[in-house]
Ligand binder design. Structure first.
Ligand SMILES: Nc1ncnc2c1ncn2[C@@H]1O[C@H](COP(=O)(O)OP(=O)(O)OP(=O)(O)O)[C@@H](O)[C@H]1O
Ligand SMILES: [Mg+2]
Length: 214
């Protein structure tokens, strides 16, 4: 036991919530943990990716459920959390009852953002929701992580510095760069740890992120 409930959330579409949730869930399962990946997004992308994984017969199989509704998510989490060691919640890219419920029940929220101004500003919106959730869940830890980071240039650092201004979140200096292998793996329901040919840089970035979360 000693597992965590982790929400991957942002009030911004396309920042890599589903991709990170899949990679984190699979990495934990590969490490022998009993994992549950909850898709709390109406778009059910994470469930779809895991269905592709299941059809391919890929092991370890990842338990999944689709709870886009806040009260259903809350009820099911309370009933079923004891069955799993780690629970990863992929919350949709907007303010929703599911995202709010997830924040209240999680130990940690991981907020991916791209090194672009619009994304950095959007971090302010989830920072406000995190503050609200802490009224009910004072232990909620919140980490912002760069995803789709640039291979070079100063935009990564500029974005990180801007996000460091939001006191509700802590910036985690373990960026995941924009890599084709990351997108291709997720599309097949795979973590970059499983993808062939192996992308050692992507694997290292994910492992570094995992080490700082767990
Ligand atoms: N590190 C990365 N490198 C390359 N492509 C990535 C990376 N992270 C995400 N992507 C791609 O970016 C797009 C958006 O990612 P993803 O669907 O995970 O984001 P999301 O935040 O879950 O989006 P939504 O708000 O629509 O649910 C996808 O096409 C995905 O393959
Ligand atoms: Mg998604």
């Amino acid at each position: 036991m000693g597992g965590k409930i982790i929400t991957v959330g942002a009030i911004k579409g396309g920042v890599g919530k589903t991709t990170l949730a899949l990679n984190i869930a699979i990495a934990r399962a590969l490490a022998g943990r009993d994992v549950w990946l909850i898709d709390a997004d109406r778009q059910d992308t994470a469930s779809t990716a895991l269905a592709i994984r299941g059809e391919a017969g890929r092991q370890p199989a990842i338990a999944t459920a689709h709870y886009p509704d806040g009260s259903q998510l809350r009820t099911q989490l309370r009933h079923q959390r004891g069955k799993f060691e780690d629970i990863i919640i992929d919350a949709g890219g907007r303010d929703s009852t599911a995202l709010r419920a997830a924040l209240v029940l999680s130990d940690l929220v991981l907020v991916p953002f791209q090194p672009r101004s619009l994304d950095v500003w959007a971090v302010a919106d989830i920072a406000a929701l995190i503050e609200e959730a802490r009224a009910l869940n004072p232990e909620l830890q919140a980490l912002a992580v760069l995803n789709l980071a640039d291979p070079a240039g100063t935009d990564n650092d500029d974005a990180a510095a801007a996000v460091a201004d939001y006191p509700a979140l802590q910036y985690l200096n373990t960026p995941i760069r924009r890599r084709k292998s990351v997108a291709n793996a997720a599309g097949n329901g795979l973590s970059v740890l499983e993808q062939t040919p192996r992308d050692e840089k992507a694997i290292m970035e994910l492992n570094t992120l995992m080490q700082s979360i767990f």
